[in-house]
Design a protein around this ligand. Structure first.
Ligand code: COA
Length: 696
């Protein structure tokens, strides 16, 4: 039979062997077209008397990488994955799956429904559905335990972890590992089935030994480790049903799957998945980046050494510049410590660590030694005079065409660029601490930054394994600008009646990893104190000022590092600082405020409304390209809970009109802080959504 070119599924017959190839680039997602064509092909081959064995494989970089996530949330169209799996498993003709690349979710379910599985060396398998708020819905929760046992299936399905072919073989998820092209291995595997050298069976006919203790233990653990997440417990429920006869188990799985499909967490998690990929769709996308071979970093402090570590881990040679030998030594020690951490986490070999420190990392106190770098990142402290002086010097020494980047978190990059004769080469690359771990990189585009320099910023992020988000110049860019705004809400709430711990608890209940007062204690309260003192002269007269944090700092309590801050750190768990409660009471009294109570819901509402409001202003001013860019900044740089999708996604779940109403209510107490952003007003008037702005 001739191949049907351009089809998502093609059939090729070689005597009594039939090869079925899936070809749906880029990742062979199990779209409706693939499900339908696969069903049709298998049914036809099963009825074909000439065919004695079928081998199913995929073209391109991977076997089926899962369900087509773009179809989630849309009305499902049969045949469903579960139907395709039933067709495969029930076929009278033996079917062997030959898998490669990332065989995930629906791809692994298809493979488990075949009668034998051969994986190419290097294959990765897993059930990532839980990370998208789902359970495997194509029989995975029923067939996986039948080969791996309940404990291993729970581990795979509730975590979404990906494992290599060798581990998959040990667990029984695959039968053999082979090397060669998928098509060649498909032919050899089909031949092995015919000769009896590769055994076939129907996994659905196996039985699972009940293990109520494992089910109870998983439920218990997940209650502690994933208290906010809906899907992990649902995975346990589905796996527990695998002790039933296969069709009953599949019916239970289907009901649970549909429950997950309908959950708001599923929509948020899918949004987060696409957010990660949407942010690189920028106006400069088609512009080729400049060559990036050697990097330079100026400043060996926390940020500079973190950035240098990230670049070294990505394989770049880096020259680190500092003003004196002592600072250089500190920087080098910090980098060595970061690399040690990478060795401990299994990300780096001991030999590679030594190699990086002896050959890839160079240090200097002379900026002239950076001349040959393709891109230099300045990461000295936040002082405009120091930065402009450095950029003036870089202008004199760097080779033509080098990208001159600043890691400033707040300062005006146009002013920094103006200190050079080549403002087109200047860009902001705002890393987040610890820079070798945090995934976010704000690529800040100044007025004169050229398109290829922007493209180079994005190319660098990719090489560093980071998620780049395009931002415009303003005080704090996307993330810090929005954060400076909503952070004030915490102080206002404390002054008006909430305790810091009640605010932390409410926001942790919403899903933030750590409440804002705990974060303050961790970061050191003295940092924000210094910045408040610096900005005191320019603070708007109408802005409400809450002096509580100043009083805490005046007492010498800077948070964890001094043993006391909003909390006292004298035992295994921090406890609220009673002296802070006294300061709060005094300040309220001085201001004539009678404290009122705030429910957790009201705390979260005010906090999130402030975040969304400033997000809307950032969008309106063109600082962020789309709402999804703001979501990505908060998801990947500020610990916003993934299952909430990001602040702008969350905004749509409330609705623009309701948000406007909230702001108007809050404005009755503080009309300076709470103003309705024009964009939100427009969306409320038109019944518009932030999601629609992503699509524009
Ligand atoms: N459905 C629809 N589209 C998908 C997809 C899926 N399951 N998986 C990936 N894509 C798309 C991506 O959005 C991207 O599209 P774009 O180029 O338009 O942005 C493209 O395929 C390539 O994906 P990308 O992640 O950039 O490629 P990669 O090689 O780095 O990684 C995977 C490939 C398969 C490992 C990764 O995409 C992945 O983890 N996908 C999700 C798998 C999954 O969760 N499956 C179970 C679904 S229930």
């Amino acid at each position: 039979m001739a191949q049907r070119k351009g089809q998502v599924v093609t059939v090729e017959k070689l005597g009594n062997i039939a090869l079925v190839a899936v070809d749906n680039p880029p990742v062979n997602a199990l779209s409706h077209a693939v499900r339908a064509a696969l069903t049709e092909a298998i049914e036809a081959l099963d009825a074909d008397r000439e065919v004695e064995v079928v081998a199913l494989y995929a073209e391109g970089r991977t076997f089926i990488a899962g369900a087509d996530i773009r179809e989630f949330g849309k009305p499902p169209v049969p045949p469903f994955t579960i139907d395709v799996c039933r067709t495969l498993e029930n076929a009278a003709t033996p079917i062997v799956a030959v898998i490669h690349g990332t065989t995930l979710g629906g791809g692994l379910e298809i493979a488990l429904a075949c009668h034998a599985r051969v994986a190419l060396d290097g294959t990765i398998v897993g059930f990532p559905e839980v990370t998208l708020g789902l359970i495997p819905g194509g029989g995975g929760t029923q067939r996986a335990p039948r080969v791996t046992g309940i404990t291993s299936a729970l581990d795979l399905i509730t975590t979404g972890k990906r494992i290599g072919a060798h581990d998959a073989l040990t667990l029984g998820l695959i039968d053999e590992i082979a090397s060669g092209t998928p098509r060649d291995v498909a032919i050899s595997s089909a031949t092995a089935v015919l000769s009896g050298n590769l055994a076939t069976r129907r996994i659905g006919q196996l039985t699972v030994t009940p293990d109520p203790d494992a089910i109870a233990a998983a439920t218990d653990t997940l209650r502690k480790t994933s208290p906010h997440h809906f899907a992990p417990q649902k995975c346990v429920e589905a796996v527990a049903a695998s002790t039933l006869p296969i069709e009953d188990g599949i019916a239970a799985e289907r009901a649970i799957f549909l429950e997950c499909q309908a959950s708001p967490q599923r929509a948020a998690l899918v949004h987060a998945f696409f957010a990660e990929r949407a942010v690189d769709k920028i106006p400069e996308k088609g512009t080729p980046p400049r060559v990036l071979e050697a990097l330079a970093v100026i400043g060996g402090g926390t940020m500079g050494s973190g950035i240098t570590t990230a670049a070294l881990l990505a394989g770049f040679p880096v020259t680190l510049a500092e003003r004196d030998g002592e600072s250089l030594e500190k920087g080098r020690a910090a980098i060595a410590k970061n690399l040690d951490g990478a060795v401990k986490r299994g990300k780096l070999s001991e030999a590679r660590r030594t190699d990086i420190l002896t050959t890839s990392l160079k240090t200097t106190t002379d900026l002239a030694d950076l001349a040959g770098a393709d891109l230099v990142i300045e990461a000295v402290f936040e002082d405009m005079a120091v930065k402009t002086e450095i950029f003036g010097a870089l202008d004199r020494v760097m080779k033509p065409g080098a990208v001159l980047a600043t890691n400033t978190s707040y300062l005006d990059i146009d002013t920094i660029a103006a200190a050079t004769e080549r403002p087109g080469d200047v860009i902001g690359l705002h890393f987040f601490s610890p820079a070798h771990i945090m995934r976010l990189l704000e690529v800040v585009v100044a007025q004169k930054t050229t398109a290829d320099v922007v493209a180079t910023g994005f190319a660098l992020a990719k090489r560093l394994g980071k998620i780049a988000v395009r931002a415009g110049v303003c005080d704090g860019f996307i993330g810090n600008r929005i954060m400076s705004h909503y952070r004030k809400v915490g102080d206002y709430l404390v002054m008006d009646g909430a305790s810091p711990e009640a605010i932390d608890d409410a926001l942790e209940g919403f899903g933030l990893a750590m409440g804002p007062f705990k974060v303050g204690d961790l970061a050191g309260l003295d940092i924000a104190w210094a910045s408040r003192k610096r900005l005191a002269a320019t603070r708007p007269a109408d802005e409400r000022y809450i002096p509580i944090a100043d009083r805490i700092c005046e007492a010498g309590w800077f948070g964890r590092k001094t043993g006391k801050g909003y909390y006292v750190y004298d035992g295994p768990t921090p406890r609220p600082n009673p002296d802070v409660a006294a300061i709060i009471a005094q300040e309220r009294q001085k201001a004539g405020i009678v404290p009122r109570t705030f429910s957790a819901e009201e705390i979260v509402d005010r906090y999130l409304t402030a975040m969304i409001s400033e997000g809307a202003r950032v969008l309106d001013e063109g600082i962020a390209l789309r709402p999804v860019d703001i979501d990505a900044v908060f998801l990947f740089g500020y610990g916003f809970p993934r299952h909430r999708g990001g602040p702008m996604f969350y905004a749509d779940t409330i609705g623009a009109a309701a948000l406007v109403e909230r702001i108007k209510t809050y404005a009755a107490q503080d009309a300076y802080f709470w103003t309705v952003p024009p964009l939100l007003e427009r969306l409320a008037a038109e019944g518009g959504t932030f999601a629609a702005l992503n699509a524009d």
